[in-house]
Design a protein around this ligand. Structure first.
Ligand code: NAD
Ligand code: UDX
Length: 480
């Protein structure tokens, strides 16, 4: 029986290994992590992450050929294939701070593999890493090898949160990069045979190591660039009276552009886009390509602009002050169908409103009060370090309340800001909400989920990203 061990039981390690286990009953899969609370949660009825369909997959194979453990060294020593899916955050200090990927966790995992291994291993990069990381890892392993043969593969993961299980069951492609040597090719074939249990062969792409590593950064940069492009258009639409949904539909009909990933929003979030683009920018700078670096940097700048533009719109519409006013925030996760808040635009929007002394009342169906308070108290880039994965109680931000109901959040509020596109926000009783709010009552829809015309009929003043402004908003000073 082939044995797989995955180091890192997070958003990637957990779901990817659960899917390998269910699709390959003859393979034993063990997911290990240094965080005991995380492993305990994986072994409980309440998994540590919310992901549609994940519970069923885990329950079908946990205890059979899928295991979660904190005994990292034992399972690494026993494995034939080791996936490394630890976090690779942005460096917060030292050389490359604020841009470069922090490989501390990756390096310590590699050193541990070298320490405990007694047999040949295939080591698979699942974490998103800078180009040429495989070479560095190879050096760590081979310098400590004790005669053991290590083959390093890059198998970058393209799943998106909220649709992870579907993405893993039917990936657009699986990408495997390896050394172009007989041993390297053999290792690629071994990993390919795992995915071949359910992925059609033509969807399994093999490349050299560096192409595989760079393809991941490139894919995320291209995806994020589409959102920044449509968000930049949304600002122009508001200024001219065009409608960004109509523009997106019209351009998406061009088969060269395609219809997906063209939804204007309050900004993109998530643990990957910003981190990976900053990493790409840093690599370009290190390779003497400042023009290329600046090109990609602009994707992040537009995203920051979109978030601050939203806050400015809220404040300027409400007589240029939200001081002491109750603002209801519906949705805190970075997208629907996840409880993940990493780099969610809600953090910057809430901080902006709090900076103007608003009282913020937040409701999200999947995010806890503790998580929201921690996010609002944390410094930029600190979220991706394991100490923040531990349940500590931050000092609560006093102007913030977190409630478990959209009606409670909006009661007595001056304005509602919709920051995540949860389906339930489409079907709320907005008449009831309006009746319980201060007047004039505002809705700022950062995800274009509500029917603005219907809400205007009720009496709301409505702002929708990239849509023609209603009379009230037009009369207010322009926002920068
Ligand atoms: P995560 O923070 O959810 O999980 C990482 C886990 O690794 C944590 O539980 C942490 O405790 C554990 N860990 C860190 N060092 C360890 C060590 N030495 N030994 C054992 N466990 C250790 O992160 P994630 O979202 O799963 O992302 C993991 C990697 O995958 C990152 O490089 C990320 O960029 C990449 N990625 C993420 C996504 C996504 O949607 N989240 C998608 C594709 C790729
Ligand atoms: C992303 C990539 O899609 C995935 O391939 C990679 O493996 C990890 O990073 P993820 O961050 O989980 O996945 O979600 P994604 O669906 O890409 O959304 C990212 C952000 O962009 C979210 O905040 C989402 O709301 C926003 N978004 C997405 C838009 O604002 N408009 C869109 O049209 C699409």
């Amino acid at each position: 029986m082939v044995k797989i061990c995955c180091i890192g039981a997070g958003y990637v390690g957990g779901p990817t290994m659960a899917v390998i286990a269910i699709k390959c009953p003859a393979i034993e899969v063990v997911v290990v992590d240094i965080s005991k609370p995380r492993i305990d949660a994986w072994n409980s009825d309440t998994l540590p992450i919310y992901e549609p369909g994940l519970d069923d997959v885990v329950k079908a194979c946990r205890g059979k050929n899928l295991f979660f453990s904190t005994d990292v060294e034992k399972h690494v020593a026993e494995a034939d294939i080791i996936f490394v899916s630890v976090n690779t955050p942005t460096k917060t200090r030292g050389l490359g701070a604020g841009k470069a990927a922090d490989l501390t966790y990756w390096e310590s995992a590699a050193r541990m593999i070298a320490d405990v291994s007694k047999s040949d291993k295939i080591v698979v990069e699942k974490s998103t890493v800078p180009v040429k990381t495989a070479e560095a890892i190879e050096k760590i392993l081979t310098h400590n090898s004790k005669g053991i043969n290590y083959q390093i593969l890059s198998n970058q993961e393209f799943l998106a949160e909220g649709t992870a299980i579907d993405d893993l069951f039917k990936p657009d492609r699986v990408l495997i990069g390896g050394r172009e040597t007989p041993e390297g090719r053999k290792a690629v074939e071994a990993l390919k045979s795992v995915y071949a249990h359910w992925v059609p062969e033509e969807n399994i792409i093999t490349t050299n190591l560096w192409s595989a590593e760079l393809s991941k950064l490139a894919a995320n940069a291209f995806l994020a660039q589409r959102i920044s492009s449509v968000n930049a258009m949304s600002a122009l639409c508001e200024a001219t009276g065009a409608n960004v949904s109509e523009v997106s539909y019209a351009i998406g009909k061009d088969s060269r552009i395609g219809p997906k990933f063209l939804n204007a929003s309050v900004g993109f979030g998530g643990s990957c886009f910003q981190k990976d683009i900053l990493n790409l920018v840093y690599i370009c700078e290190c390779n003497g390509l400042p023009e290329v670096a600046n090109y990609w940097k602009q994707v992040i700048k537009i995203n920051d602009y979109q978030k601050s533009r939203f806050v400015n719109r809220v404040v300027s519409s409400m007589f240029n002050t939200v001081s002491g006013k109750k603002i209801a925030v519906l949705g805190f996760a970075f997208k629907k169908d996840t409880g993940d808040t990493r780099e969610t635009p809600a953090i910057d929007v809430c901080k902006g409103l709090l900076g103007d002394k608003a009282q913020v009342s937040i409701y999200d169906p999947q995010v806890t009060e503790d998580q929201i308070q921690r996010d609002l108290a944390m410094n930029k880039f600190d979220w991706d370090h394991p100490m923040h994965l531990q349940p500590t109680s931050p000092t609560a931000v006093k102007q913030v309340s977190v409630v478990w109901d959209a009606y409670e959040a909006t009661k007595g509020a001056h304005a509602v800001c919709i920051l995540t596109e949860w389906n339930e926000f489409k079907s709320l009783d907005y008449k009831k909400i309006f009746d319980n709010m201060q007047k004039p009552a505002f809705v700022f829809d950062g995800r274009n989920v509500v029917d603005a015309e219907k809400l205007r009929e009720i009496g709301f003043i409505v702002y929708s990203i990239g849509k023609p402004l209603d009379g009230w908003l037009k009369d207010m000073p322009a926002v920068a």
